[in-house]
Design a binder for this molecule. Structure first.
Ligand SMILES: NC(=O)C1=CN([C@@H]2O[C@H](COP(=O)(O)OP(=O)(O)OC[C@H]3O[C@@H](n4cnc5c(N)ncnc54)[C@H](O)[C@@H]3O)[C@@H](O)[C@H]2O)C=CC1
Ligand SMILES: O=C(CO)COP(=O)(O)O
Length: 342
């Protein structure tokens, strides 16, 4: 088996470590953009910049040459969402007709508003039915230290989903399958907006009630948009929905949550992003989701408030007050008075 993980940030490094650990006799390579990163990982057997303190198996190879993907059985894409199209396009001359692509990126493409599997499918059309999504409540810092974690793989066919399930499943990494590609992908992308918002609330000095309200009503609006885009509502009650929402809104590892805290304390999104080389996906995803909500005429009040804070310089306190005092609504739109037992 020949597997290549593209993207040597925290998550790509953790995924490559897992594959090399599980398949020490096979060829597992981690591709990084920068030659210095390749050199440093080869010498130190650690990714000091993005996953410090985690030893990488001897069998894991490193390269900055994309030609390593020639005839790979599996290519895992773990680059930030804004780099997925150019990266997938660059792979076109190397992939073979039976290569499986795994997308581990959580985001939406700016402008086109497309999901990552759609973007990859456009650049690698002959592989469109061989693109799987791996997503769930999985901070790289914990998975790479073998904390028991669960994740979900979605793909257009059962065969591809089960291939990727088999590929990654480990005693500390339990992999489920789900045929709902749209729902699984949207869950992973949209939860980052709510994590950013929960961080903003923390930065403003609010406590756990506020966070719980944001998480619950955040899930409601994610589900509304998902259903309008043909996802199954049940998927959002799963690992890629509530699961990832919980971990990203509450974990000290979350970059999106941390960014929100700083914005709540008065920094701008550009200041926060400029201060780290790590990707804060929610900044771009908030804009894309705001535009998707308009396109599908779906109400997404928290996403709208986050958009106004990030892109229209609205003060977070004002955004919170507007969210709290807007028109009254039902909790569950489908449950009508007079039709429910009491
Ligand atoms: N960190 C985590 O625990 C998890 C991250 N993800 C997702 O994985 C994706 C990658 O995130 P991380 O690994 O956390 O990244 P990171 O924030 O740890 O590092 C960013 C990486 O992206 C690379 N990069 C930046 N611009 C690039 C470009 N134009 N082309 C190619 N590479 C570029 C950097 O060199 C660096 O390796 C994101 O979509 C993230 O949401 C998903 C699950 C867990
Ligand atoms: O998606 C993640 C965990 O499941 C990572 O979230 P952050 O990008 O906020 O760190």
């Amino acid at each position: 088996m020949k597997a290549v993980v593209i993207g040597a940030g925290s998550w790509g490094t953790a995924l490559a470590r897992m594959l090399a650990q599980k398949y020490p006799q096979d060829t597992v390579t981690l591709w990084a953009r920068r030659p210095e990163a390749v050199e440093s990982m080869t010498v130190n057997r650690q990714n000091d910049a993005y996953l410090p303190g985690v030893l990488l198996p001897e069998s894991l190879a490193f390269t900055y040459d994309l030609a390593v993907t020639r005839d790979a059985d599996v290519i895992v894409l773990a680059v930030p969402s804004h780099a997925v199209r150019q990266t997938a396009a660059a792979l076109a001359s190397y992939v073979s007709s039976d290569t499986i692509i795994v997308s581990a990126t959580k985001g939406l493409e700016q402008g086109s508003l497309k999901r990552m599997s759609q973007v990859i499918g456009e650049e690698l059309p002959s592989l469109a039915s061989q693109i799987a999504i791996l997503t769930g409540p999985n901070h790289a810092e914990e998975v790479s230290r073998e904390h028991p974690s669960a994740t979900v793989v979605a793909a257009p066919t059962k065969a591809v989903a089960e291939y990727v399930q088999d590929l990654f499943i480990l005693p500390y990494f339990r992999v489920y399958t789900n045929p709902d590609v749209i729902g699984v992908e949207l869950g992973g992308a949209l939860k980052n907006i709510i994590a950013l918002s929960a961080g903003i609330a923390t930065g403003l000095g609010f406590g756990d009630n506020t966070k719980a309200a944001l998480m619950t009503r955040g899930l409601a609006e994610i589900t509304r948009l998902g259903v309008a885009m043909n996802a199954n509502a049940l998927t959002f009650a799963g690992l890629s929905g509530i699961g990832d929402l919980v971990v990203t809104c509450t974990s000290s590892h979350s970059r999106n949550h941390r960014a929100g805290v700083q914005i709540g304390q008065g920094k701008t999104a550009s200041e926060v992003q400029a201060a780290t080389s790590m990707v804060i996906e929610s900044i771009r995803t908030t804009q894309a989701a705001y535009q998707l909500a308009q396109h599908h005429a779906v109400s997404m009040p928290i996403t709208t408030a986050a958009y106004q804070v990030l892109y229209e310089a609205k003060h977070p306190k004002e955004a919170v007050l507007e969210l709290m005092t807007r028109g009254r609504t039902h909790e569950v739109e489908e449950l009508a008075f007079g039709q429910t037992a009491w």
